[in-house]
Structure formats: structure tokens, C-alpha cells
Ligand binder design. Structure first.
Ligand code: ADP
Length: 407
């Protein structure tokens, strides 16, 4: 076919021209020349057969292999390069062929180039996406590795601190029990050491709990529990603190409070205690803290509402991650119950871990953070009822218990 002859005449000139424009440096040009030869041969085949799909393999290679990126010296993206190749072909046809021949060459080459540009755009997108996914995967792996290192560090640090702490505790107890007639000043100092030890032990225990939760090793000592018992015990423990902070504490009776759940009473106590201690801490003197709830199909929902400083919407998920202390709480870690006392940021992650280990969920609702207006926060805790449990023996025990109560 005459058009193909015209093509073949343009072939060497076109390859040279593109190589001169697009590739700098002798080595680069040599590689690129080979690729251009391959392109032109396939272009001829496409035109001869009327099927532009001949170009697919080459386009895929160009879109995904680095050699072309080197050739392009990052100055082009593939569709731009193809566009430039087409322009060069049109210029050469106009320069070297008669008008009719030139028009024929352009007429047959144009659809193939249009096809190439469309395909190249798609392949390039796909290969960029693939590269981005690979990079994301690597970042994710690195983040997971860091998270593991962090968990290991917490676990090792907690266990390493535990031994000397036990020693200090033991010697202090021995001093108290064996050294008599301590002066009032010495007793005062001893008291100070004791409260320091208690605080430190609490932090070390929290660190151990967090690492147990992180590694899915939190063991629950499951047995029938009633929420009203837990709330009663919490009230007894925290009453003095409420009085000290002049806060009102109300437990509103609700359906579900008397239900028998299957849970670990100590762990559930710890979870509710953490939320209550926060409510006390982040509510000014004179505020109110209310426990309420309701019975839902298959679940009991408990709400713990305070009239405190509130939590900004963007922080409402963040606070359940370990070591998150917001705003002013970051500044000082002074005490468990002082207003805005702050802490290491382990209470809520532990609470979440305990609730989730029971098959429940926890979340917070608050209009936002405002120390002046105190919009308050409400923590919601959803715990499954016994009917959801898969532990048949406990379920039996539970039924027996409910039966006895009914009699
Ligand atoms: P911390 O040891 O700092 O109290 P937590 O994990 O218990 O750690 O809480 C994380 C952060 O969540 C706190 O530092 C505080 O900023 C915020 N927070 C928790 N409970 C409340 C609440 N009831 N009102 C306002 N902010 C709260």
C-alpha cells in the first residue's frame, strides 16, 4: 500500500528527530532509539492490520518501566511524549512528502495515535496507582512496626519498673512497722512516700494493662455481674472525692441496671471508674455527674454524663488512643481527681479495651470543648446481655441465678 511506503520513508528521519528532541546523552539516546524503532514497527503493523491493539504491549511497558522515565528525564509524561511524536510525524510528512501523500499518512496515523494516547493515559494512571499503593503498603508496615515497638517498650518498661517499685514499697512498709516513735515530721514524709508509691503503682499497672490489651492478652474472669452492684461500690469509693470537689453524683435507676450480665466484675469496675474519675477531673467544682442508662434489645446502654469542659468533635475518637492528653491536660499531671488534673492518657484506652473485650463499645458525645461555658460530655457504654454470650456454662449459671431471684 502506497501510504505504508510513505511511512517507511519517514521512519528513519522520524526516529532521529524524536530522539534528538526527547533524549539527551548518548547512552540514553541509544536505549530510546531502540524503543522508538519498536514503536514505529508496531505503528506500521497497526496501520497495515487496521488494529491499533498491536500497540498495547509497548504502551504498557512504557507506562510502567523506569527506562522511559529516564529517557524522558522527567520532563514528559507519556501522553505528552506521544503527542510530541505525532507532531513530529505531521511536520516530517509535510516537509518530505507531497501534499496528498502527507494527508494520507496523517489520516491513517491519527486514529492510532489517539488510541495510543488514551491507552497510555489509562496505563500510566494504573501504574501510578499501583506504585502509590505499594508505597502506602510500605508506610503501613512501618507504622505497624513502630506500633509494635511502642507496645514492647511499654511492656518492658512497666515490668522493669515493677521490681524496684516493689522493693521501695517493701522497705517503706518495714520502716513503718519496725521503726517506732517516728516524729510527726517523719510520719508525714513516710505518708508522702506512700502516696507517691501508690500513684507510681497505678501508672505501672495501667502500662501493663495497655500492653495486655495491645497484644490481645487481656484475660477476663467471667462471672454473673449486676451493674447496680458495681455502681454502688463506685459510689462508696468516690463519695469522699465528690464531696471534696463539691460535685453532685446521681445514679438514676434504669431498666437494665438489675440485669445479670456476664463479665469480669473487677475489670468492669475499673472501666467505669476510669470514666467517672475523668468526669470528676474535667468538671469544675460544684458540677454534676450522672449515671443513667436503658435496656436495648440484647444490650444495656450506660451513660455517664458530666457538666465539665467538654471535648472537641475532632478529639472524640482520639481520646481513646493511648497517650492522648488534650490541651491543658497535657500541661500537668498532678492528680487523679484535681480539676483538669491530667494524666498519662491511658485511662480511656484501657476502658475501651475492657469494654471491647466484653463484646461492647464505648463512645463519647459532647457539643465541644469550652472551659467557660462547660457544655459537658456524655460517655456511652454498650454492654451485651447474657443472651449474647457463647459461654454455655456461664449462661446456665446465670439462668439459675435469675430463677432464684424470681422465687
Ligand atoms: P488521662 O490520664 O489524661 O485522664 P484518659 O485516657 O483517661 O487519660 O483521657 C484522655 C483525655 O481525654 C484526657 O486527657 C482529657 O483531655 C480527655 N477527657 C477524658 N474524659 C473527659 C471528660 N469527661 N471531659 C473532658 N475531657 C475528657
Amino acid at each position: 500500500m502506497a501510504t505504508l511506503d510513505s511511512f517507511r520513508r519517514l521512519h528513519p528521519l522520524w526516529v532521529q528527530r524524536i530522539a534528538n528532541v526527547a533524549a539527551r546523552g548518548a547512552t540514553v539516546r541509544a536505549t530510546f532509539l531502540k524503543e522508538l524503532e519498536r514503536f514505529f514497527n508496531l505503528l506500521e503493523q497497526s496501520i497495515e492490520s487496521g488494529d491499533p491493539a498491536w500497540m498495547d504491549g509497548l504502551l504498557y511497558d512504557w507506562a510502567s518501566t523506569p527506562p522511559l522515565t529516564i529517557v524522558q528525564e522527567k520532563r514528559y509524561i507519556l501522553p505528552q511524549l506521544l503527542n510530541q511524536m505525532l507532531m513530529a510525524l505531521i511536520d516530517l510528512a509535510r516537509e518530505k512528502l507531497r501534499e496528498k501523500e502527507a494527508l494520507e499518512v496523517i489520516h491513517v496515523a491519527l486514529p492510532v495515535f489517539t488510541y495510543c494516547i488514551e491507552k497510555a493515559t489509562r496505563f500510566e494512571m494504573e501504574s501510578r496507582l499501583e506504585r502509590a499503593m505499594k508505597e502506602l503498603g510500605a508506610v503501613q508496615e512501618e507504622l505497624e512496626r513502630l506500633e509494635r515497638t511502642k507496645s514492647n517498650f511499654i511492656s518492658v518498661a512497666a515490668h522493669e519498673l515493677k521490681t524496684p517499685l516493689t522493693l521501695i514499697e517493701g522497705y517503706t512498709a518495714m520502716m513503718r512497722d519496725t521503726v517506732h516513735n517516728l516524729s510527726p515530721q517523719a510520719s508525714h514524709f513516710l505518708q508522702g512516700i506512700y502516696s507517691g508509691i501508690r500513684r507510681l503503682r497505678q501508672i505501672v499497672d495501667d502500662m501493663i494493662d495497655v500492653s495486655l490489651i495491645d497484644t490481645n492478652m487481656l484475660k477476663l474472669n467471667l462471672q454473673p455481674v449486676q451493674l447496680k452492684t458495681l455502681f454502688g461500690l463506685l459510689k462508696a469509693e468516690l463519695d469522699a472525692t465528690f464531696q471534696e470537689r463539691k460535685q453532685t453524683f446521681e445514679i438514676r435507676p434504669f431498666n437494665g441496671m438489675n440485669e445479670w450480665l456476664i463479665g469480669d466484675p473487677e475489670r468492669l469496675y475499673q472501666a467505669f471508674r476510669n470514666v467517672l474519675l475523668n468526669a470528676i477531673k474535667y468538671t469544675p467544682d460544684g458540677g454534676k455527674i450522672t449515671i443513667d442508662g436503658r435496656l436495648l434489645p440484647g444490650f444495656v446502654e450506660v451513660t455517664i454524663a458530666d457538666t465539665g469542659i467538654g471535648i472537641a468533635p475532632e478529639d472524640q475518637t482520639l481520646i481513646f488512643e493511648k497517650f492522648t492528653a488534650l490541651g491543658s491536660a497535657q500541661l500537668h499531671s498532678s492528680g487523679k481527681t484535681k480539676f483538669k488534673g491530667g494524666g498519662p492518657g491511658l485511662g480511656l484506652p484501657i476502658t475501651r479495651g475492657i469494654i471491647e473485650a466484653h463484646g461492647g463499645t464505648i463512645w463519647v458525645v459532647s457539643e465541644g470543648y469550652d472551659e467557660e461555658k462547660c457544655p459537658g460530655s456524655t460517655f456511652h457504654i454498650l454492654l451485651p446481655l447474657q443472651s449474647n454470650t457463647e459461654n454455655a456454662r456461664l449462661a446456665q449459671l446465670l439462668n439459675a441465678q435469675s430463677e432464684q431471684e424470681r422465687k
